[in-house]
Design a protein around this ligand. Structure first.
Ligand code: FRU
Length: 496
């Protein structure tokens, strides 16, 4: 195929020049980054020719957001990723200001179809810049992609009354009941968010079907990056929300991701909502996207970064932005359950475990340390009639430097705090995770890579992701209780 235009050629040449010089020890071991430059949302997470492809919002030239390209990697196990050349670049009139987020699907004829938002900015006579977002297509063979000659395929003329042509983005395509559907984020007349949907017989010609869900100013404003799928016996809509105002411990302010669980009416093409919850309670999680794996699991990936802190970089790193470790999703008791993909277990090396360790005050345990780890800690009161006041885990620790995970049975919360992690910027450093009341009994699983900590509570009832820039030499772990706690701990070193 021969569709490599100048912008894409330039991006690929830049990659060829700079990627080989990146020091592997400056990158995470098993989390996806761009290697160089900036990345944000995952895009086009899809199965193609029996492999999993992942694209991402990408600005190869700098560690700041810029004209959006799509970077590209693939894997067969969600752990070992192969880097492929940048897939698309902004180079047409309709996407000259960016190829924004979107998705991908394998066509019956063996081609890989990418659906993305083309952004075009126009300066008006009064000097203001007006932005237009349309949905576009590129088709390729898993490496090289050609933009469709009839782009854009969905424009401002195809939105329902009151919907917006400026905030209209992030199509997520799926194939269902013999047709293609795409959910797209939009801003309706009330100024908040909605998810609207289009259908197509062939993936190229699209018609509006319905409004799938509306925000009604209840959960933030603009809704972006939607994903709608069946999960166990429910239908789930994920969407990332701008300008959220905080609600209790469940929803933190700013950019956050929510999950609407309910029943999708297949005639009206509308989600009848039963519950809304946060997806991740950490500081760094946005714009998730899922696929159905070859063995039938719903696997989710997301950007592990927050927009709000993305200007506070660690000096000298060649990249900004990572993806979470992909998670397997399920529904339990009407809630979204998330656990690390089971393929992570391949990386497990040395195992150290302890059972029935009594903790009062602060203690370390021989062999329980490390920065590339998969560690599970089961905590419970030491006796039937006493519950400890709190239990604390200090990780990535070296003297004064550490990150704290504190469980308080009295108010059923976990507080994760990276204030003392050694990062020299005053970003949001602590979050509270509400957990199920269970009288001091809790299970915590921590996955740590060079620049991250992902926490899973009670087999996936809550997940919380944090970027950590603590030097890897800070590798001690301590356990601390006020009152007396009993614990079992199992730690594996992870090695790629
Ligand atoms: C979400 C988002 C998307 C948009 C992309 C631009 O993080 O704002 O809505 O397509 O990032 O990079």
């Amino acid at each position: 195929m021969n569709m490599i235009n100048d912008s894409l050629r330039k991006a690929r040449e830049f990659e060829n020049t700079y990627l080989p010089n990146v020091n592997r020890d400056e990158l995470p071991e098993f989390h996806v980054t761009g290697g160089i430059g900036w990345i944000n949302d995952p895009n086009g997470f899809s199965v193609y020719k029996n492999e999993y492809h992942l694209f991402f919002q990408y600005h190869p030239y700098d560690v700041t957001w810029g004209p959006m390209h799509w970077g590209h990697v693939k894997t067969s196990d969600f752990i070992h990723w192969e880097r492929l050349p940048a897939a698309i670049a902004p180079d047409e009139e309709y996407d000259k200001d960016g190829c924004f987020s979107g998705s991908a699907i394998e066509l019956p004829d063996g081609r890989h179809l990418l659906m993305y938002t083309g952004v075009r900015n126009e300066r008006r006579k009064d000097g203001q810049v007006e932005t237009f977002q349309t949905q576009c297509i590129a088709v390729g063979d898993g490496v090289d992609y050609e933009k469709y000659e009839h782009n854009p395929v969905i424009t401002g003329e195809d939105v329902p009354a009151g919907a917006d042509v400026h905030d209209f983005r992030d199509p997520k395509i799926r194939f269902e009941d013999g047709k293609y559907y795409a959910v797209v984020g939009n801003r309706p007349a009330d100024g908040s968010g909605s998810i609207i949907q289009y259908e197509s017989e062939d993936g190229f010609e699209w018609n509006f079907t319905s409004v799938v869900a509306m925000c009604h100013n209840q959960f933030g404003k603009m809704w972006e990056c939607p994903d709608l799928f069946r999960l166990d016996d429910k239908d789930v809509l994920l969407t990332s929300v701008q300008e959220m105002t905080a609600m209790g411990e469940e929803f933190h302010p700013g950019n956050t991701t929510i999950c609407l669980i309910g029943c999708y009416d297949r005639e009206k093409h509308h989600l009848v909502r039963e519950a809304v919850q946060a997806v991740d309670y950490g500081t760094d999680f946005y714009a998730p996207q899922t696929l159905l794996s070859l063995d039938g699991r719903r696997v989710m990936i997301a950007w592990m970064q927050s927009w709000e802190s993305s200007g506070s970089k660690k000096a000298g790193l060649p990249f900004l932005g990572q993806m979470i470790l992909p998670r397997e999703l399920s529904i339990r008791d009407g809630r979204l359950i998330q656990n690390p993909v089971r393929e992570l277990e391949q990386l497990r090396g040395t195992k150290i475990s302890y059972r029935n360790v009594m903790i009062c005050g602060e203690t370390t345990l021989q062999g329980i340390d490390g920065r590339f780890i998969d560690m599970t800690v089961n905590i419970r009161p030491a006796s039937e009639d006493s519950v400890f006041r709190y239990f604390k885990l200090n990780v990535a620790k070296d003297g004064e430097i550490s990150t704290m995970i504190r469980y308080k049975p009295e108010n059923n919360t976990i507080r994760v705090d990276r204030t003392y992690s050694g990062f020299p910027h005053d970003i949001v450093n602590a979050r509270t995770v509400p957990v199920r009341p269970n009288q001091g009994v809790i299970k915590l699983r921590l996955i740590m890579d060079r620049y991250s900590l992902e926490l899973f509570v009670n087999d996936g009832e809550q997940a919380a992701s944090f970027v950590l820039y603590t030097p890897v030499s800070a590798s001690a772990i301590s356990f601390e209780a006020e009152g007396t706690a009993m614990l079992d701990v199992e730690k594996y070193d992870l090695q790629l």
